[in-house]
Structures are given as structure tokens and as C-alpha cells.
Design a protein around this ligand. Structure first.
Ligand code: SIN
Ligand code: FE2
Length: 216
């Protein structure tokens, strides 16, 4: 064989390369969608969505909850991972097996076969909600990638670089798409501009994003 293909990572199509270490796996969550949405309902019964407050005192337009051994939270004292849901005064709901399987299979297809998440931040965007450009850097070990699953209404994903003012590329994220970023792009700035109104046949008038992390 020629060495023409030597540098090509053997990923299942369709995938798109977003940056070094970062890929977009189109539709990779579709085989899991029914189980994941049912499991999400049970999580939200135990730890409901809530609008958290930033350290600067702003109420986030994205509503959040978590599952797993730790959950990402923000309040006036800062950003952190907490083993307990501060609103409920008890641990976050256990991470369902279908969540783990989805995250591990997507990470493996993206070139991170070792990834085993211990935290899943669940974001709910209603029309108009947005997440401004930020880095995910409250995790202990940046060797783990971030695995980000999109469900429901479509959104634009802004993916920049290591500096806030680096050029930004935009990717459409649709129901079932999974974005994975790690290695050289693990600390890249990213965000989601205002969600456009619409109605998704399975998820309704919202977008749900599951973001799997190795937090502890
Ligand atoms: C996040 O950065 O936590 C969420 C990204 C997304 O909603 O796609
Ligand atoms: Fe993030």
C-alpha cells in the first residue's frame, strides 16, 4: 500500500475535524436517543433544572442540572465541581449506563479510547438562551476530553482557540450530533449564541446539551 493514507485517523464517517484533537461526530447519539431522553426525565425529577448565578451576579439564561459523582455549579463564590446538588442538599443523580456508553463510544471514535466520565453537566437552552465564550477549566485533569451531545433544536457552536480573541469557527449542531475536544484543543474557547425558536418533534421547544467530563 502507498503511504498516502498514513496520516489519516481511521474514524467512521461522517465526522468533521474542528481543530487538532477536536471532531464533530454527526448523528453519533442517535442510537441512544430514546434511552437517553427517558433517563434524562428521571434525573430531572431528582435534580431539577435551575438558572444558576455567575460569580459576577448574572443569572444564566441556560438552565442546568448534573448527574454523576460530581456536578458543575456556579454561585456568587465562584465556579466549582460539587459532589452534592446544593439546591437539593444531596448527591447528584447517578450517571445512567446509557449516558456512560454514549460518552465512551463517542470519545473512542474521536481518538480518546480511555475516557470514562465522572460528571455530566446537562444544559437546557430555551429560545433566546446563550452561553458566552468560555473555557472548560474547572476539571482536575485536562488529559480527559470533553464530550458534548446535542439533542433537540439546532444551535451554532462557536469554536475558537486558546485565547479569547483567537478566530472563531462556527459549526451547526443538530439533534444527535456529538462534539469531542481534547489534547491540543482541550482548553479552546467555545460558546453557543442565542438559540433560535423552533419545535423539535422529540424534545420540544428547547435544546438539551449533555457535556461529559472527567472532573474529579
Ligand atoms: C458547554 O460549553 O458547556 C455547552 C456547549 C453546548 O451547549 O454545546
Ligand atoms: Fe463549555
Amino acid at each position: 500500500m502507498s503511504d498516502l493514507f498514513d496520516n489519516i485517523v481511521p474514524l467512521d464517517p461522517p465526522f468533521e475535524r474542528m481543530a487538532e484533537g477536536a471532531v464533530l461526530l454527526r448523528g453519533a447519539a442517535l442510537p441512544f436517543e430514546k434511552k437517553v431522553l427517558a433517563a434524562l426525565d428521571r434525573i430531572v425529577e431528582q435534580s431539577p433544572f435551575r438558572h444558576m448565578v455567575t460569580p459576577g451576579g448574572f443569572i444564566m439564561s441556560v438552565a442546568m442540572t448534573n448527574c454523576g459523582a460530581a456536578g458543575w455549579v456556579t454561585d456568587r463564590s465562584g465556579y466549582r465541581y460539587d459532589r452534592n446538588d446544593p439546591e437539593m442538599g444531596r448527591p447528584w443523580p447517578t450517571m445512567p449506563d446509557c449516558f456512560r456508553e454514549l460518552a465512551a463510544s463517542a470519545a473512542s471514535n474521536a481518538g480518546y479510547p480511555e475516557f470514562r466520565p465522572d460528571a455530566c453537566l446537562i444544559n437546557r437552552y430555551e429560545p433566546g438562551a446563550r452561553l458566552s465564550l468560555h473555557q472548560d477549566k474547572n476539571e482536575r485533569d485536562f488529559a480527559n476530553p470533553i464530550v458534548s451531545v446535542s439533542l433537540g433544536l439546532p444551535a451554532i457552536f462557536q469554536f475558537g482557540g486558546l485565547k479569547r480573541n483567537d478566530p472563531i469557527r462556527k459549526f451547526a449542531l443538530r439533534h444527535g450530533d456529538v462534539a469531542v475536544w481534547g489534547g491540543p484543543s482541550r482548553l479552546f474557547y467555545h460558546g453557543v449564541p442565542e438559540l433560535k425558536d423552533g419545535m423539535h418533534e422529540m424534545v420540544g421547544r428547547m435544546r438539551i446539551n449533555l457535556t461529559f467530563r472527567g472532573a474529579l
